[in-house]
Ligand binder design. Structure first.
Ligand code: F6P
Length: 323
C-alpha cells in the first residue's frame, strides 16, 4: 500500500483533527503517503485532493472543527457521483481510505467499497455517540462537557428567577448527549427519544414538584424526543402548568465546537492510528472503535444498523439522584 486518502464527513466533531493527525503520522511511519480529501464526499466527487505532510498536521490536535472541512453530499448518493469519486481516487493513486464521520459517512463508505472495492476503515467522528461498536464516538465527550457548562450557567439564572428551564441538546435520534448531560449537570429530568412515555412522566414529575411549590428545575430535552423539542414542550407546559415560569434554551451547534477534551484527543489518536494499521493488515469495510478500553473493529454494516443502547445504570441514576 503506497497511498491512502483521509477525509472527514457529515457533522464535524471535536477531535476530528486529532484523528487526521494520527492517520497522517502513522501512515508516514510506514512510508505510506497521505492525501487529504477536502470537504468529505463532496471533495471526493469534485476532486479536492491535497497531499498531507507531517507538518501540515502540526498544531491541530487542540483545534475543534476539521482542517479538512466537511459536508453533507447528495451527489455521492447517486451512482454517477460515486463513479466520479472513484475516478478521482484512481487518478491520485489512492489504494485505501480512512473515513472519519458518523452514520451517513459509513453508509456511503459501505456502498462505495461494495461497488468499487477501495478498502476503507472508518473512525467514528460524531458528537451523537450513536454508533454501535464503540463505547464512545470522537467528539461526544467534548460536546457533553459543553452541555454541562451551559447547564451550570443556566441553573444560576433559573434559580435566581425561580424558573423552569428546558435545555434542548443535539443527538439526532439518540439520547446519549441528553442523558449524560442531565446526570453530569444535575438536571431534574431528561426527555429521551429512547423512552416513548416520557411526556406523561414529566407531567407527573411537574405535578409533584408544584405541590411542594418548587418551580426552578432543569429539564434536558433531546432534540429527537417525540415531544418535539424544547419549544413544543414549552407550549404544552405553558398551557397545562401556568404556575411555571418556563423558558427554553436550544444549545444547537455550539455543542459541535470547542477544543477537544483530553479524552477525545486520546480516543481520536488511538482510532486514527489503528485505522491505518488495520488497512496495512488487509482489513476493510470496518469501523475502528473502543470497547472496554480496547480498540476493536466492527463491520460498517453493524456499526450503522445495530442499535447502541443507552447505559441503563445512567438511566436509573438520572431518576434516583433527583431531590
Ligand atoms: O450528527 C451530528 C449533528 O450535530 C446532530 O446532533 C444534529 O441533529 C445534526 O448533526 C445537525 O446537522 P446540521 O449541522 O447539518 O444542521
Amino acid at each position: 500500500m503506497n497511498k491512502i486518502g483521509v477525509f472527514t464527513s457529515g457533522g464535524d466533531s471535536p477531535g476530528m483533527n486529532a484523528c487526521v493527525r494520527a492517520v497522517v503520522r502513522t501512515a508516514h511511519k510506514h512510508d505510506v503517503e497521505v492525501i487529504g480529501i477536502k470537504e468529505g464526499y463532496r471533495g471526493m466527487v469534485a476532486g479536492y485532493f491535497e497531499t498531507l505532510t507531517s507538518l501540515d498536521v502540526a498544531g491541530i490536535i487542540q483545534r475543534g472543527g476539521t482542517i479538512l472541512r466537511s459536508s453533507r453530499c447528495p451527489e455521492f448518493k447517486t451512482k454517477e457521483g460515486r463513479q466520479q469519486a472513484y475516478d478521482n481516487c484512481k487518478k491520485h493513486g489512492i489504494d485505501a481510505l480512512v473515513a472519519i464521520g458518523g452514520n451517513g459517512t459509513f453508509t456511503g463508505a459501505l456502498y462505495f467499497e461494495e461497488e468499487f472495492g477501495i478498502p476503507t476503515i472508518g473512525c467514528p467522528g460524531t458528537i451523537d455517540n450513536d454508533l454501535f461498536g464503540t463505547d464512545y464516538t470522537i467528539g461526544f465527550d467534548t460536546a457533553c462537557n459543553t452541555v454541562v457548562k451551559a447547564i451550570d450557567q443556566i441553573r444560576e439564572t433559573a434559580a435566581s428567577h425561580n424558573r423552569l428551564f428546558l435545555v434542548e441538546v443535539m443527538g439526532r435520534d439518540s439520547g446519549f448527549i441528553a442523558l449524560n448531560g442531565c446526570v453530569a449537570g444535575g438536571g431534574e429530568a431528561v426527555m429521551l427519544p429512547e423512552q416513548r412515555d416520557d411526556l406523561p412522566r414529566l407531567m407527573q414529575f411537574l405535578d409533584e414538584k408544584s405541590q411542594h411549590k418548587i418551580y426552578s428545575n432543569i429539564v434536558v430535552v433531546a432534540e429527537g424526543d417525540e415531544a418535539g423539542g424544547a419549544i413544543e414542550l414549552e407550549k404544552v407546559i405553558r398551557k397545562e402548568y401556568p404556575q411555571y415560569d418556563v423558558r427554553s434554551t436550544i444549545l444547537g451547534h455550539l455543542q459541535r465546537g470547542g477544543s477537544p477534551t483530553c479524552r477525545d484527543r486520546i480516543l481520536a489518536s488511538r482510532l486514527g492510528h489503528h485505522a491505518v494499521e488495520a488497512l496495512l493488515k488487509g482489513e476493510r469495510n470496518m469501523m475502528a472503535g473502543e470497547i472496554n478500553n480496547k480498540v476493536e473493529l466492527t463491520s460498517f454494516r453493524d456499526s450503522i444498523e445495530k442499535t447502541k443502547a443507552l447505559n441503563s445504570d445512567l438511566l436509573q441514576l438520572s431518576e434516583i439522584l433527583v431531590a
